[in-house]
Design a protein around this ligand. Structure first.
Ligand code: NOJ
Length: 557
């Protein structure tokens, strides 16, 4: 089943630093769209390896790679056919080994994606389950059920796929007749595992060890809130699934049973040398529920999607920051902060539009304003205690590509019409490295999604060394973050009095002040300016005028 690998495990040569992950800045690489080493228009592991020095120079601590495993790519690799093999489109296990080794030699950690809620329909287990027919034990590793209705023509329950349409697909049995239905919370090509079956747990414990032996520093757990389903798979009884998902624990998400799986996984991780971590992709209704995933004997971090979904507005931001810190403190886990990833509209485009449109927007909006706010939002995020995630290309200020032609779209949600309109392709366009070339230096050929003709000026080459570029802002901010001991550390902020629309807080000698409004605001002087996301504030005497949509960093030392 697995691709053969002869690579010896990569050694952990990253200098051991106490609890490195508590304040780490972790950069998400979306391998398809980062850099193309072999010229097939698709990014790959060799492309990532050759660009590691860029990430070291950017100043991040670790790299999280979205899936590069053997996969038919029905959901861009989140449909895994073989968890121990690299898809040929991304390279080989030897390439993975070389990437891990080179990253470690540069002082970077590597976090890989683990997709335990579902496999690909091309996974050996699922193919066997289909071939062996109804009632066969191999079907018990997934959720197969007879349909409802006189001839079993209706799905077993009323659950809907996150990508739209029913969460069940009926199979044609080996004898050619319509038969059982199987559950897929995502695309039909992504059948959900039945985690009640002991073989599933055994297999994933073995997969964890496989990648830990390869030398990875951690795992990002996909759909970490989804593996356990309520007994009997009860109907939801509501068809407004998106509202329900945002506000409630459902029979398929955030069931308490998932936590036992993580307690077992944590014990495995802790057997390994070095400090390796788990980060949960757990979309729960509240930060308080998210905190359950990072109790001391479970996972290390969980993405803070409540923060990601918050508008650029001082009062809302203050509320979510306080709530997050208050939720994490009792369990002793660091807060995490994230503004963009491969599933949501990039924050430069979200903030270019009216607030309240959510995280899935296909409107360009006011680009200049969006970028200005995005830069301010980033400086605010990087000043908060805990760990921060940066999605590839945000350091270039990339907007979403909102006008991709229909024929190039690949997001399965586009084809299943979940009301999401396939929005995710817009944040997955390959990133520009150089001013010229067929793909702005992404690779020697074209790109799997077309880049806008305006991206030359956003390339790494165009921005390098340009003091007010977004890339240099990220580099400087990350360098200051490393040199200021109070930044990132701790579990609290000390709020300073601030006028409406302004957030100001102190962390030791460090002060962060963000004006989220559209007009300048006068505040007391905060000391010596370290960094500003836009033009520097004017400081005539004891007062400072903060420009609109700007975050500033100060020191009183
Ligand atoms: C979350 C991933 O981030 C997303 O890209 C994917 O489609 C779903 N999980 C299903 O695996």
């Amino acid at each position: 089943m697995s691709q053969q690998h002869s690579a010896a495990p990569a050694s952990d040569t990253v200098a051991v630093r106490g609890d490195w992950w508590r304040d780490a800045v972790i950069y998400q690489v979306y391998p398809r769209s980062f850099a193309d080493g072999d010229g097939d228009g698709m990014g790959d592991l060799e492309g990532v390896r050759t660009r590691l020095p860029y990430l070291r120079d950017l100043g991040v601590d670790a790299v999280w790679l979205s899936p590069f495993y053997a996969s038919p790519q029905a959901d861009a690799g989140y449909d895994v056919a073989d968890y121990r093999a690299v898809d040929p489109m991304f390279g080989t296990l030897l390439d993975a080994d070389a990437l891990i080794r080179d990253a470690h030699a540069l002082g970077l950690r590597i976090i890989v994606d683990l997709v335990p809620n579902h496999s690909s329909d091309q996974h050996e287990w699922f193919k066997r389950a289909l071939a062996e027919g109804p009632g066969s034990p191999s079907r018990d590793r997934y959720h197969f059920r007879p349909g409802k209705g006189a001839a079993g023509e209706l799905p077993p329950n009323d659950w809907e796929s996150i990508f739209g349409g029913p969460a069940w697909t009926r199979v044609t049995e080996p004898d050619g007749t319509p038969g059982d239905w199987y559950l897929h919370l995502f695309a039909p090509e992504q059948p959900d595992f039945n985690w009640e079956h002991p073989a599933v747990g055994d297999e994933f414990r073995s997969i964890l060890r496989f990648w830990l032996d390869m030398g990875v520093d951690g795992f990002r757990i996909d759909v970490a809130h989804g593996m356990v389903k309520a007994a009997g798979l009860p109907d939801l009884g509501s068809h407004d699934h998106l509202t329900l998902l945002a506000n409630d624990v459902t029979p398929f998400f955030d069931q308490d049973g998932v936590h036992e799986i993580y307690r077992q996984w944590r014990r495995i991780l802790d057997e390994y040398p070095g400090e390796r971590i788990f980060v949960a992709e757990a979309w729960t209704p509240t930060v308080e529920r998210t905190a359950n995933y990072v109790r001391p004997d479970e996972l290390h971090q969980a993405f803070n999607f409540q923060y990601l979904a918050t508008a650029w507005d001082a009062a809302s931001l203050r509320e979510v920051i306080d709530r997050t810190l208050d939720a994490m403190r009792p369990v002793g886990a660091p807060a995490t902060w994230v503004l963009s990833n491969h599933d949501v509209t990039r924050h430069a485009t979200r903030f270019a539009n009216e607030p309240g449109l959510g995280t899935q927007i296909r409107l360009a909006g006011d680009r200049e304003l969006g970028l200005r706010r995005a830069r301010a939002a980033t400086l605010l995020m990087l000043a908060l205690p805990g760990s921060a995630y940066v999605y590839q290309g945000e350091e270039l200020g990339l907007p979403d590509v909102v006008d991709l032609p229909d024929e190039v779209r690949q997001d399965p949600a586009y084809f299943r019409g979940a009301g999401q309109d396939g929005f995710r392709d817009g944040c997955r366009v390959p990133i520009p490295w150089t001013r010229t070339g067929p793909s702005y230096g992404f690779g020697p050929a074209g790109t799997w999604l077309p880049q806008p003709p305006t991206w030359a000026d956003l390339s790494v080459e165009s921005q390098t060394g340009v003091p007010d570029s977004t890339l240099e802002l990220y580099r400087t901010a990350l360098a200051v973050r490393r040199s200021e001991p109070d930044l990132g550390a701790g579990d609290a902020v000390e709020w300073l009095p601030a006028p409406e629309g302004v957030l100001a807080f102190r962390r030791g000698d460090f002060i962060c002040a963000a004006n989220t409004g559209d007009t300048p605001v006068t505040v007391p002087s905060y000391g010596r300016l370290l960094l500003s996301s836009a033009e520097p504030p004017s400081t005539p005497g004891a007062e400072t005028t903060l420009p609109p949509n700007t975050t500033t960093w100060w020191t009183t030392a």
